[in-house]
Design a protein around this ligand. Sequence first.
Ligand code: ADP
Ligand code: MG
Length: 278
Amino acid sequence: MPIGPYQSPLALISDSETDHHHQALPETPAVAQAAAPAGLRLRGIDKRFGDNHVLKGIDLDVPVGQFVAIVGKSGCGKSTLLRLLVGLDEPTGGEISFYGEGGDTIEPNARIVFQEPRLLPWISVADNVAVGLGDGVSRQTGRQEAQRALAAVQLSEKAGDWPSKLSGGQRQRVALARALVSRPGLLALDEPLGALDALTRLGMQELVTDVWRELGFTAVLVTHDVGEAVHLADRVIVLDEGRISLDLEISQSRPRRHGDPVLAELEGKLLDTILGKA
Ligand SMILES: Nc1ncnc2c1ncn2[C@@H]1O[C@H](COP(=O)(O)OP(=O)(O)O)[C@@H](O)[C@H]1O
Ligand SMILES: [Mg+2]
């Protein structure tokens, strides 16, 4: 992607800031409100790229505030489904709608975090986070909200640093803060920890759980790591050849321990389904 001095910073990060589900951010008040978590209702979602029929009539209900993980073989359509959820792409057929706690239809404030943090190297960590608020927010409000989001990801002390000074895990926490700063009702995570080393990843898993519990958004996490899926989610969905082949509830209470035999059992069941042994 060409990076020039006159390009809007938002354009460099993700198209999600301009998608059709979003309303323009009003001046200050919006960010001062609590998130309204968005439930998801998918009916007959189809997605084709030419002859490639990627999603074949997905029906899915995600209750308000649930943490769902989506797993499946590479190329099975996980990222495609996430992009549809946050409005980065349109389904070929079917309906996606969002509802609030009372069951009323709402516009979700949807955000997405990718595997690469996509930070702007020439502005500070705090300004990178404030970019997530979009236009129409005063500099002072932007600063305050960025500080709050950085505190949520335990990076307050890095606010004034350049992104280049941070470790990979810290950069990904900044990307998470940028997604959280506008208080999303739906947070989509596309293999957000996939590029991190094993120990950093475990720490990040706890952080993601903590912010989800604290902020109360609905979370949809795509991961290729079934251990991560059962550790984090209330429910794990397996996608296979464009359809949901398993929808597994993970009712184990939190905090969850790595090596928990109940979770290991569920992990095995998921792997068998993905590998076609079930
Ligand atoms: N923008 C696109 N144009 C054409 N084909 C695409 C596009 N995005 C994804 N695909 C195709 O859709 C299928 C699913 O891709 P993807 O959702 O990225 O899989 P996953 O995230 O599960 O690995 C693949 O065959 C991929 O080539
Ligand atoms: Mg993908």
